[in-house]
Design a protein around this ligand. Structure first.
Ligand code: G6P
Length: 618
């Protein structure tokens, strides 16, 4: 989950690395650090500066020492796993004789054992981290005469667990090496004129170049200002496939918005429109999910679908299950990827696995996909990141076209994932002959109305703000929904706890009477999602049951609803849309509620405590 970046070129590395760390800070913000290799004999060969807390602390420390002129360097922003978030535990980590320096993403699962062996051999450790063992192991290899790349290749073979490692050494000025082992962290290599980049993800590289290559499991790379050399875990050189990434780096900027989350919520109409229009046309009504590739030919034979994901993406998968059952008529299940991977799931060639992951790098999703792949099942991923690891493991992809999402709390990637799942379900229904051409046309028409409906929901900011003012001091909030509004309730509760730190629970409203209702009193408000097609009548009686216990209720209703707003304490109205598409629209008021409450409580909306955008450790 940490952010890593490396630079080799002819420009001063410091501003490039600091800018990249800002772009990567959403991956972890417990500490930040940089290291530079000198290219003149007058300076220290290797300098490291690192500070606990946000990047601003690191910038201050660097400013105090005078900005380094080195043109080779690495930077790291940390999400702590082993060792507290202190200056000493911050990356980069240097070996005891200062011969090598590393940054790392992932977990060295056998670090305790390695550390004992290294200590017995005379190494002394400066930090509590698992990462530092890598620096010491590398130093031993270099002392045996290995090149930095070969030292890294041999060292990674001693490490258990999944990781991405970047290293540099004064013994090879101007050089950085990197390795990817398993699924814990991506490594992207960026090619520019006379300079090269390494990073954990595209956000750090796109401001400089759109030409990139990705490391797969077991691959290594060595860069200097002239280019890159790749090899596999046996040391055999190879040429990777390079790609041009069509993402506009400007879209990653906050612009005039105070927070990325707000900007990303406001971008939902365009993101939805881009996602839908990238694969669906109306005249003639057709679906062209080209990135599904060979999967398109296998869809007619699919007899079961299993959807997997984590966090917000798992909630999207829950909605997707219903889409697949209703539109394609295929039995569908969902599973939390971190649980699925440790079961012995019974799958076969006619099972379709649909992983949902905006980053395409979530380790549990990747491991679950690896489990599924061994069974011969067909794998499709719903992903927002061009070229991400899930898209390379899957047999086919449906891309969401949301643009970079930087807020840790996912918003536009959730609603666009629902649109992508709907499109996939339609394609499955078409391939199986369950949906007629006129039906497909109707569905595409309904989908194409969604961006406008989303834009209308976004206009109602004053209403969300005034409800937020009522609720922001609550200690607990219950979110309730039935049918397709149930995953919406779960997502509303997740958004609330992620960014406002209010204890929030999402419940199927029918479950209320089986325990949760005991919690309700005048201090425990509820948010009920009671749109027209989400078992409206049943929701009315659930709302009344809460009110009968003095609980305050905020209700998300469909415009024109005459029954609920009369009794609810606060009603937030959303436009009437096709029944299955209600979750896309009903989620947006809940995003706003969480956002405004977090702002009122003075929380760090884009970088909530303890969280990270992309979870690459178990
Ligand atoms: C983290 C993020 C969530 C996200 C989840 C899954 O927990 O904070 O916002 O939903 O990971 O991420 P993915 O990239 O797989 O969708």
């Amino acid at each position: 989950m940490c952010g890593i970046v490396g630079y080799a070129g002819s420009r001063p590395a410091a501003p490039i690395l600091l800018r990249a760390l800002q772009d990567l800070e959403y991956r972890g913000y417990d500490s930040a650090g940089v290291a530079f290799l000198s290219n003149s004999g007058d300076d220290e060969p290797l300098t490291v500066t690192k500070r606990q807390g946000k990047i601003a602390n690191l910038v201050e420390a660097l400013d105090a020492n005078g900005s380094p002129k080195a043109t080779t360097g690495m930077g790291h922003t940390r999400w702590a796993t082993h060792g507290r978030p202190t200056d000493l535990n911050a990356h980069p980590h240097v070996s005891c004789n200062g011969e090598v320096c590393v940054i790392h993403n992932g977990i060295v699962e056998n670090y305790a054992e390695l550390r004992t062996q290294l200590r017995e051999a005379g190494h002394t450790f400066a930090s509590e981290t698992d990462t530092e063992t890598i620096a010491h192991l590398l130093e031993d290899r270099i002392r045996e005469g290995a090149s930095l790349l070969d030292a890294l290749r041999k060292t990674t073979q001693q490490l258990e667990g999944s990781q991405a490692v970047v290293a540099m050494s004064p013994s090879e000025p101007g050089v950085l090496v990197a390795a990817r082992v398993g699924n814990a962290g991506g490594v992207v290599v960026g090619y520019a004129d006379g300079e090269m980049f390494l990073a954990s993800d595209l956000a750090a590289i796109l401001p400089h170049t759109q030409r990139v290559a990705f490391l797969a499991d077991g691959q290594l790379v060595r860069i200097d200002e002239r280019g890159a050399q790749f090899c596999d875990s046996a040391g055999v050189p190879f040429e990777p496939e390079t790609r041009e990434i069509p993402i506009d780096p400007v879209s990653a900027l906050k612009g005039t918005y105070p927070h990325f989350m707000l900007k990303e919520m406001m971008e939902q109409p365009e993101a939805l429109s881009d996602t839908i229009r990238s694969v669906a046309t109306l005249q003639p009504a057709s679906l062209h999910l080209d990135e599904l590739g060979p999967v398109n030919d296998r869809l007619a034979d699919i007899n079961r679908v299993v959807l997997i994901g984590m966090g917000t993406s798992l909630h999207a998968a829950m909605v997707g299950r219903r889409y697949i059952e209703e539109l394609a008529g295929i039995p569908a299940e969902i599973d939390n990827a971190s649980e699925f991977r440790y079961r012995k799931p019974i799958l076969d060639e006619r099972t379709l696995i649909v992983s949902v992951s905006q980053s395409g790098e979530t380790v549990d999703v990747l491991e679950a996909m690896a489990v599924a792949k061994k069974t011969g099942a067909t794998l499709v991923t719903i992903c927002n990141t061009e070229g991400a690891q899930t898209t390379r493991v899957a047999d086919g992809t449906v891309y969401t076209r949301a643009g970079l999402e930087r807020g840790v709390a996912s918003t536009k990637c959730f609603t666009t994932a629902l649109a992508a799942l709907y499109l996939l379900a339609l394609r499955l229904g078409e391939a199986r002959g369950r949906l007629s051409q006129p039906e497909i046309e109707d569905h595409i028409q309904s989908l194409l109305r969604i961006p406008d409906a989303a834009a209308r929901v976004l206009k109602d900011d004053g209403a969300y703000r005034s409800v937020a003012e009522r609720l922001y001091e609550a200690e607990h909030i219950m979110f309730l929904g039935r049918a397709l509004a149930y995953p919406v309730a779960l997502e509303g509760a997740l958004k609330m706890k992620e960014i406002s730190y209010i204890h929030a629970e999402g419940y199927a409203a029918g479950e209320m009477k089986h325990g949760p209702i005991a919690l309700i009193d005048r201090t425990f408000p509820s948010v009920a999602v009671a749109t027209r097609h989400a078992l409206h009548a049943k929701m009315i009686s659930n709302i009344e049951q809460v009110q009968a216990r003095a609980g305050e209720v905020v209700v998300v209703v469909t415009e024109g609803d005459k029954e609920i707003p009369a009794s609810a304490d606060h009603a937030l109205a959303v436009p009437d849309v096709a029944p299955l598409l209600e979750p896309i629209i009903a989620t947006i008021p809940l995003q706003f509620l969480a956002y405004h409450i977090a702002v009122l409580r003075g929380c760090d909306v884009d970088q909530p405590r303890n969280l990270a955008k992309t979870v690459t450790v178990e």
